[in-house]
Every structure is written in structure tokens, then in C-alpha cells.
Design a protein around this ligand. Structure first.
Ligand code: HMG
Ligand code: MG
Length: 303
């Protein structure tokens, strides 16, 4: 299959990147991060989560973040909404896209959103209906599509089953998420092939955590079977509080470097993203987590 000439990157660092940080990050830094990402050319930024602050304290300032960001015309600001309460808050905050999030593994569903997969579908249906009624874009994330931190292997039929349920709710996009980064290219190809048999590949994205260093290979495998939307996080920030040991999302700088080398356009300014990665790492008082970002920064320093 021919590779796409354009790939949409959903920048998830303000949400997935920061949600797992133990030290509370100021709202100023979160707002600054979202604004810098918009300026760098991302057309879809996952800005925050309207979840229970008891479950994910770092996202407790969601409404304030949304109120203070500078919106760029044409940029979609997405937020996570696990239930109607989250949806109502997201709507009041003028989110462009709401994201329901379920799992292909029963245990992870319980640990992350405190209900079974079937109960989560019942909970998401009114959120989907409300999003359609309000004219908001609706996305659905599917965790543990390549493996579960509690149950281990997850069957492809379990993934396809939830994908079908999301599709029936009229979601615009479905994220195939490797929450703990255990997927390898052949398996990723098989999962992506299976889901694109039931949903148009243009509506499927790959959300890869890089715990085992497989993300770029998994993105390439996905591109080869027709996927053209990927999630990534500047400096490789990220992780889920309910998936112990899982590290960050694939670093945006690394993805951009690879795609640029392959002649695939993203509409994003690579050099600006390197700057953001170095800046946010400084804010979090740690080394940059992107190989490409660190290499470019070192080259600049040496010049
Ligand atoms: P629960 O405790 O079963 O909820 O949690 P509840 O309905 O019984 O309510 C309990 C309390 O939470 C009540 O407050 C509610 O008002 C409040 P109280 O009366 O005790 O003061 N509450 C809320 N507050 C604010 N916003 C809300 C909300 N809902 C209830 N939306 C619930 C169920 C789903 C709320 C909880 O489990 C939750 O918030 N989970 C989210 C955990 C999370 O943030 N995980 C990380 C994001 S998912 C992820 O990272 C994976 C992803 O990246 C893909 C991948 O990599 O796999 C997307
Ligand atoms: Mg994630």
C-alpha cells in the first residue's frame, strides 16, 4: 500500500504527557505548553482531561486551562470526558472535541475508569449522544489494544468488539492505544488490519507509548497498512497513572524527524517542536526525552 503524503499528528503532551506527573505543574506552564504547540502548527492538541480530580489530580485545573489558552482558528482542542459530568464541563469550557476512553481489557477498564467494559459502553452512549446534539467532534480511545498491564495478552477480537461499539456511537476517530508499549510491528499490523476491516482507516489513529522502544517501528507498520493519524508527545512525556511502569508517548520530535525523512508532510514546524521539547523538559527539571530533539539541541549548542 502506498504511504500517505500527509500525516495528522495529535499532540497529547498537555494531557497524556502531564497527567502522570507527581509534582503539581502550574496552570501557567500548561497554558504556555498548549499555546506553544498551537503556534508550532499542530492542528489537534489534546489539552486536558475533565476527569475526577481524586483519580487524576494533575488535571484538576482543566476548566482554567481551557479558559486561558489562546485558540488558533482551525486547531482542534480535545479533552478527555469519561462520563456526562465530564462532558458538561468540557462543553462549558468550549472544547472542540471530546474523547471517551475505554479498554479492550476488563481489568484495565476497572482500574482506570472503575467499571466493566459493558458498563463503560452504557456510560459513553449518552456522552456520544450529547456530543452529537451539541455539534462537537467525538473521539474514542481504546486502551490495552496491544496488551494489558494486568491481564497480559489481549485478543484481536476483544479489540474489534469495542471498536464496533465505538463505531456504532458515531465517533469520528478511534485511537488504537498501546498503553504499556508492548506492541511489536507484526502484531500492530495485524490489529490495524483487523480494525480497518470494520472502520475506514482514515478514522483510525495509532497511540503508542514507547516503554519498550517499539513506537517508531509500530508507526511505520501502521503507515504501511493505511493509518495516517498518530498521537505523540513532545519530549516523550506521558504515561497513565493506572498502568504502572508504562512510560511516555512516542516523542513528537522523533516522529517528525522520521516522517520528514520519508517525505511525509505534517504541517508542523520541526525546529519549533525541538524548542518546545527542550523548554518543557527544563520546566519539569529533567533531560529531554527525545533522541532527535536532544541531537538537534546538541548540534545547535556545538555550532
Ligand atoms: P467513580 O469514583 O466511579 O465516579 O470514578 P463516581 O461517578 O462514583 O463519582 C465519584 C466522585 O467523582 C464524585 O465526587 C463525582 O462528582 C466525581 P464526590 O461526590 O465524591 O465529591 N466525578 C467527577 N469529577 C470531575 N469530573 C468528572 C467526574 N466524574 C465523577 N468527570 C471516573 C469514575 C470515570 C470518574 C474515574 O474513574 C476517573 O476519573 N477516571 C479517569 C482516570 C484517568 O484520568 N486515567 C488517565 C486517562 S486514560 C489514559 O491515559 C489512556 C489513554 O492515554 C490511551 C492509552 O494510552 O491507553 C487515553
Ligand atoms: Mg496514553
Amino acid at each position: 500500500m502506498a504511504l500517505p503524503s500527509f500525516v495528522k499528528i495529535v499532540e497529547v503532551s498537555p494531557r497524556d504527557g502531564l497527567q502522570n506527573e507527581k509534582t503539581m505543574i502550574s496552570t501557567d506552564v500548561k497554558v504556555d505548553l498548549v499555546n506553544r504547540l498551537s503556534l508550532a502548527g499542530f492542528k489537534n492538541v489534546e489539552a486536558t482531561s475533565f476527569v475526577s480530580p481524586k483519580w487524576t489530580p494533575q488535571m484538576a485545573d482543566a476548566a482554567e486551562v481551557m479558559a486561558r489558552i489562546t485558540r488558533h482558528p482551525g486547531t482542534i482542542y480535545s479533552v478527555l470526558t469519561p462520563n456526562l459530568k465530564g462532558f458538561e464541563a468540557a462543553k462549558a469550557a468550549h472544547a472542540d472535541e471530546v474523547v471517551i476512553f475505554g479498554a479492550a481489557s476488563e481489568t484495565f477498564s476497572q482500574k482506570n475508569i472503575n467499571c466493566s467494559i459493558a458498563e463503560s459502553i452504557d456510560r459513553f452512549e449518552p456522552v456520544a449522544a450529547a456530543a452529537h446534539a451539541a455539534g462537537l467532534r467525538l473521539r474514542a480511545a481504546l486502551s490495552c489494544a496491544l496488551g494489558c498491564p494486568y491481564e497480559g495478552e489481549v485478543s484481536i477480537s476483544a479489540v474489534v468488539d469495542v471498536v464496533r461499539r465505538f463505531d456504532a456511537m458515531g465517533v469520528h476517530e478511534i485511537d488504537i492505544a498501546d498503553t504499556i508499549g508492548v506492541g511489536t510491528p507484526e502484531r500492530v499490523r495485524a490489529v490495524m488490519r483487523a480494525v480497518t476491516e470494520v472502520v475506514d482507516p482514515a478514522r483510525i489513529s495509532g497511540h503508542f507509548h514507547d516503554t519498550y522502544g517499539q513506537s517508531l517501528a509500530n508507526i511505520l507498520a501502521s503507515l504501511e497498512v493505511g493509518i495516517s493519524i498518530f498521537h505523540s508527545s513532545v519530549s516523550g512525556l506521558g504515561g497513565c497513572p493506572y498502568a504502572k511502569g508504562a512510560t511516555g508517548n512516542v516523542a513528537t520530535e522523533d516522529v517528525l524527524f522520521m516522517l520528514r525523512g520519508m517525505g511525509i508532510d505534517t504541517g508542523v514546524d520541526f525546529e519549533a517542536v525541538v524548542d518546545i521539547g527542550q523548554w518543557v523538559s527544563g520546566q519539569l527539571q529533567r533531560q529531554g526525552g527525545s533522541r532527535a530533539g536532544n541531537a538537534i539541541a546538541a548540534k545547535r549548542n556545538a555550532a
